[in-house]
Design a protein around this ligand. Sequence first.
Ligand SMILES: [Zn+2]
Length: 68
Amino acid sequence: MNYIIDCHHCGSHTEYYTSIDRRSKRAMALQQSVHIDTECAMRCPVCRARLNNSEAEFYAQVRAICEA
Ligand SMILES: [Zn+2]
């Protein structure tokens, strides 16, 4: 799963790559279809601003790119 982070705090565009194994891929797909986990903070790698204070903020600032 790759993410494009478009931080509204510092204005940076960052490509963020995560390596996910097959086990957690299913969990993540499930999570995405239901809701974004706002319990675990996701932060801008440049300014460390929190990106997921709410689902709306997450969707506004983070784009997930699924590899087929
Ligand atoms: Zn930032």
